[in-house]
Write a protein that binds this ligand. Sequence first.
Ligand code: FES
Ligand SMILES: [Fe+2]
Length: 434
Amino acid sequence: MIDSSLRKIVHAEKGLVDRRIFNSQEIYDQELEQVFGRSWLFVAHESQIAKPNDFVANYMAEDPVLITRDSKGKLHTFLNMCRHRGNRICRADAGNAPSFMCTYHGWTFATDGKLVGVPGYKEAYFEELDRSQWGLVEAPTDTYKGLIFANWDKSAPSLIDYLGDAAWYLDLFLDRRAGGTEIIGGAHRWVMNFNWKFGSDNFGGDNYHTLVTHGSMSASGMTTGRRPAINADQSRFIVAAGNGHCILGGYTGSEVNNFGVNADSVVGKYQLDINKELTQRLGPARGRQAAMGIGTLFPNFTWHGSPMIRNWHPRGPLKTEIWSWCIVDKDAPKEVKDAMRDNYIQRFGPAGNMEQDDANNWMNSTDLAKSLTARKYPLNMQMGINHEWTNETHPGISLGHNWSESNWRHFYARWAEVMDAPSWRDIPIQPRTK
Ligand code: FES
Ligand SMILES: [Fe+2]
């Protein structure tokens, strides 16, 4: 454990972070235990497993998991591992089945995790194997408005306390319409050579990069058709929501803001069409925001109004496996859903133009962390330091200018706190305030 030295290399309050946190195997191993082993992690959307005995596969960090709706309708998250000799019990990505039979020796598990079949139970085990003790390994599971989360640590706070004030912002994409949301299509999955934190922190804290990294997008008219500029307007801001969660897209302007979506596009028109319903559901502070927003839940779940949700699954310190889904309002007309899917794929699918802009930079920043000389120089996250504020309308522990790195300072302060803490008793939780 490097915990005694972590505080020495992560000075989030000063906006200085040592590059080793993006590169060290030792720190990575500690992350698997301390961060991913006890955080609430997004595993599926309820629309993926709508019927009894539906299942879908995902990962919790490096642990393969199966998310099931059992025959009585209850949700579960299981380690995708046979309890006999550790084989995977299900190799399909998704489907519907009352049970899973291991292909090694045939132990069979029901969708509620119980061991229901053991070949030779009478003749070879003499009925002495206590099958009730050998069900699938299960992680506590809970939902927030269609999103399913699981957590290996039974001493963790409740999901709603863990989400805290981030839930208020999650509603901007989960609760816009009466029907809620649904996933369309399967997951896009691909592996890139960057540390997982680059993906998480980018979507939670980096408006600054859009000007240069994605300059060609606005120059070509694919966003609003005009190049955004750094300005002093404080009606758009970023939010450190507490508990490490970070939001891009706080807004207190008087006009309805569709956040870069062309107002005369199919999606832009739809966003304005449903704004009245959204305002009735979520109130005036959120009603002025037509788009779904952008954010990252600590540690590795991101949403973006393109519209998509994704996991940044860690695959060693230098690799990330991205699992990405298109999410839409269930009540949206088909032509809007089709346009949203096309937008998402064009921007953030594996070959998406914005996706490639981003990943190229993150790979270089990760790669440079291998340089012994580069490691002597910390990364700078000092933009907007000591210029944060709070307001009455938008919950969160601090708001920062749209061009600020205040969310990064929050994210890495939380990361260091969780990495150092022996248990959840030592980790402060900021419950929901609004
Ligand atoms: S490993 Fe699954 S039945 Fe033996
Ligand atoms: Fe980007």
